[in-house]
Design a protein around this ligand. Structure first.
Ligand SMILES: *[C@@H]1O[C@H](CO)[C@@H](O)[C@H](O)[C@H]1NC(C)=O
Ligand SMILES: *[C@@H]1O[C@H](CO)[C@@H](O)[C@H](O)[C@H]1NC(C)=O
Ligand SMILES: CC(=O)N[C@H]1CO[C@H](CO)[C@@H](O)[C@@H]1O
Length: 375
């Protein structure tokens, strides 16, 4: 179940306001604790959206994971070098995919490595927009993902790096560009905060709130990023309880949570998404406790990054995860694998399909075995 508003443009142009305050009690929820296990309501359900990340416009951002995107190595995953457009059509037609995540570096969108800004560069944004339009043309939902790890050139947004106002201006401009789209464009504040000891989560929640406030007029689903690389386990348990409480405080300007969905990631190796073999399905200590927490608190999450190698161990575990998510589709909106697009077919986590000379696309093992929708 996902609520959608009709798309209306009413981008807030005034200075962003912070609504996290002990005085706005209607906006502050206390995290509820489930005392008894609540069974999933529909063990035969399916998540609303399955899909894949299409990498290319984020290239250069992963070199230090600190938002220092080197745009000299950024590449569009579209033709002529790659065929993300053809891949998306294949994934929709042959695999039942309904969502694509389109990571892009902040530096690319503003064509600057030196100074953070919220002003979009026309030429670079036009190239990225071709990618977004190819996604929209398939009828899928498209997640715009600023792949900067909550940072710009090593500095955390709102905590020594770009101000919350600049970050909100960036999202306001993106929202303005896509607010009139007839199809959903989902904004993801993909801001994996790697190290909670260097990040003040209270301030981070204010940064996210500022951007939500600024983009709320676009009325798309907005994905809220937390800490610990957005790992599923970080939303529950000891230290994560505080984070969850912070997250519940991010609201729409009217105090509601409509369309505000938690953004979570989980790889099935040691969690880093860098090994060909998998060691866990992360269900008992990750997906299950998070499902319970979400259900108790009336919220949803979207697994926007998951994956593993095209190996027997990863097939085994991923083929556990997908049915679990489907059975818990009241709280999990969907899953998005990492990654196709410009990724080579021999990349360790490749979900890039192979185009045969006769025009048939052949999926990677993990996609064909577990992630593609059957029937
Ligand atoms: C985080 O920032 C808030 C607001 O400035 C401050 O009150 C709090 O002490 C900070 N927390 C930590 C752990 O530094
Ligand atoms: C394309 O070639 C592959 C491999 O030879 C074959 O399995 C498939 O059936 C062919 N598809 C069409 C549409 O001819
Ligand atoms: C496998 C891989 O490279 N995953 C990366 C995907 O992007 C996230 C950021 O959103 C990184 O943290 C992962 O390392």
């Amino acid at each position: 179940m996902m609520l959608r508003f009709s798309l209306v443009t009413s981008i807030v142009s005034a200075a962003p306001t912070t609504v996290i305050s002990s005085t706005t009690s209607s906006r502050v929820l206390t995290t509820k604790t489930c005392t008894t296990s609540i069974a999933p309501p529909n063990s035969a359900g399916t998540v609303e959206m399955a899909g894949v990340n299409l990498s290319g416009f984020d290239w250069g951002c992963g070199t230090d994971y600190k938002g220092s995107c080197d745009i000299t190595i950024t590449q569009s995953p579209m033709k002529p070098n790659f065929d993300a457009g053809g891949q998306m059509i294949h994934f929709v037609n042959d695999d039942g995919y309904r969502v694509f995540r389109l990571p892009v570096g902040w530096q690319w969108l503003i064509n600057s490595a030196g100074t953070a800004s919220g002003v979009l560069n026309a030429a670079n944004t036009a190239l990225y927009d071709q990618f977004v339009q190819a996604c929209l043309a398939t009828g899928a939902s498209c997640i715009i993902d600023i792949h900067n790890y909550g940072r710009f050139d090593g500095e955390i947004i709102g905590q020594g790096g770009p101000s919350n106002a600049i970050f909100a201006q960036l999202w306001g401009n993106i929202a303005a560009k896509y607010a009139s789209q007839p199809k959903d464009v989902h904004a993801a504040f993909d801001c994996d905060i790697a190290n909670p000891t260097t990040v003040n989560i209270t301030l981070w929640a204010q940064t996210v709130q500022t951007a939500v406030t600024r983009t709320a007029g676009a009325s798309n689903m907005i994905l809220l990023p937390g800490t610990d690389w957005l790992a599923v386990w970080a939303f529950v348990g000891d230290s994560a309880a505080a984070l969850s409480t912070e997250k519940t405080q991010v609201t729409n300007p009217d105090g509601s949570y409509t369309n505000l969905v938690f953004d979570v990631h989980q790889y099935l190796d040691d969690g880093t998404g860098s090994h060909p073999d998998c060691t866990t399905d992360a269900i008992s200590w990750g997906f299950e406790p998070l499902a319970q927490w979400l259900r108790c608190n009336g919220r949803q999450a979207f697994l926007t990054e998951t994956g593993g190698g095209n190996t027997a161990s990863c097939v085994e575990y991923m083929c556990n995860v997908v049915p679990f998510l489907n059975a818990n589709s009241d709280v999990y909106v969907g899953y998005v694998g990492w990654a196709a697009g410009g990724m080579a077919q021999d990349y360790v986590l490749s979900e890039t399909p192979n185009l045969l000379p006769n025009g048939t696309w052949v999926d990677q093992l993990l996609v064909s075995s577990c992630m593609a929708r059957k029937g």
